[in-house]
Write a protein that binds this ligand. Structure first.
Ligand code: KG4
Ligand code: ZN
Length: 341
């Protein structure tokens, strides 16, 4: 089964053709980073307009690279939640309309389920159940993936997502947007022990965490240094921040592994590209004798290949949409985003 998939939840317009959920026949990502970098962050209305301009071109390119015409696809899928609503509506409505015109099934996909499915593309042997650490721009959660379409949230952030914290700290350090990759790069040569940064503890919720205290500590450090006219060691602060994020996320995943007895762990989302997080997860897996599945860097950020992979399993589970399908800015991973009425 070959699914044409569309992703437009934030600042990448993407289309892909995926065979049986596991093989990438083509994957095209058109990023808007340069546009939003001018403003220091994603401007939602500009993102929607750019998706509107790019979606047909990106889809045609994905079909062409897969060596197919649109009539040869078996279904059309699109991210329908969660994300920027104006951005989501472009891909969701385009995908639904294309499916309607082609008289093919339409498969609505939850964006974070898609991020997890990125590992199915990289590891053909991997099947649920497994534990997942989700670390993206909008989400940070520990999720038990019971089967391809059944998810249980075990813990998560009480405030900012990991990627959000990276982006805010990057702004304070003046390294620009998107912050994650730039902080990661800056941190490579920094001393991670130089700045003592706080670690969150949530009473009676050992798998939950918070990033707002950490973010505020970095902002205060930067402002105090500025007021006193002191030079900030930006490399060391970036390294100390990366270490604090890793020390927040990885011990929680370890606890979840011990509580659930699972042997397979996955990390998904844009922050899964972080070199310090990847190294710490590799150490954890070696120490506890776990199998670790990390998406390749090319599949960590937003793309449509991961949406096409998850769409295959949603289709098999009967989760196809109707012409009433809508998009939603928020939806928990366990929610079915399909409109059946
Ligand atoms: O999953 P994603 O592409 O979009 C969402 O669904 O939110 O994640 C984007 C986030 C951004 O906050 C970006 O700064 C962060 O992932 N990110 C990173 C790295 N690469 C991307 N954060 C830390 N280290 C990286 N190397
Ligand atoms: Zn994403």
């Amino acid at each position: 089964m070959r699914i044409l998939s569309i992703e437009s939840s934030c600042d990448e317009t993407a289309a892909a053709v995926i065979e049986d959920g596991r093989t990438i026949l083509s994957s095209v990502v058109d990023t808007q980073i340069e546009t939003h970098a001018l403003y220091g962050g994603v401007v939602p209305e500009i993102a929607s307009r750019r998706h509107t301009e790019a979606v047909v071109r990106v889809t045609e390119e994905a079909l062409q690279r897969a060596g197919m015409t649109k009539n040869e696809v078996d279904a059309v899928a699109a991210t329908c939640a969660p994300g920027l609503i104006g951005a989501l509506l472009v891909g969701a409505n385009f995908g639904k309309s294309l499916a309607f015109a082609l008289q093919k099934p339409f498969v609505p996909v939850h964006h974070i389920r898609g991020h997890i499915a990125a590992v199915y593309l990289a590891y053909p042997e991997l099947k649920p159940p497994f534990l997942t650490l989700i670390a993206s721009g909008g989400h940070s959660q520990i999720v038990m993936v019971r089967d391809y379409t059944t998810f249980e949230i075990l813990g998560g952030t009480r405030d900012d997502a990991a990627g959000e914290a990276f982006d805010k700290v990057a702004r304070v350090l003046g390294v620009g947007y998107p912050g994650g990759p730039k902080i990661d790069e800056l941190a490579q040569t920094g001393d991670p022990t130089k700045y003592k940064l706080p670690h969150s503890q949530i009473k009676d919720a050992p798998l939950d965490f918070s990033f707002s205290g950490l973010k505020t500590a970095v902002i205060n450090l930067a402002h105090n240094a500025e007021q006193k006219g002191e030079a900030l060691d930006r490399e060391a602060l970036a390294a100390s921040f990366c270490r604090a994020v890793v020390d927040t996320l990885v011990p929680r995943l370890e606890l979840a592994v011990k509580q659930s007895g699972g042997k397979n762990i996955v990390c998904a989302g844009g922050v899964a590209a972080n070199s310090f997080l990847r190294a710490a997860l590799t150490d954890l897996a070696a120490r506890l004798g776990l199998a670790l599945y990390l998406p390749p860097l090319s599949l960590c950020g937003d793309n449509a290949a991961m949406i096409g992979s998850q769409a295959y399993y949603e289709f098999l589970a009967g989760n196809t949409g109707t012409t009433l399908q809508n998009a939603f800015a928020t939806a928990e991973i366990g929610e079915n985003v399909c409109i059946k009425r």
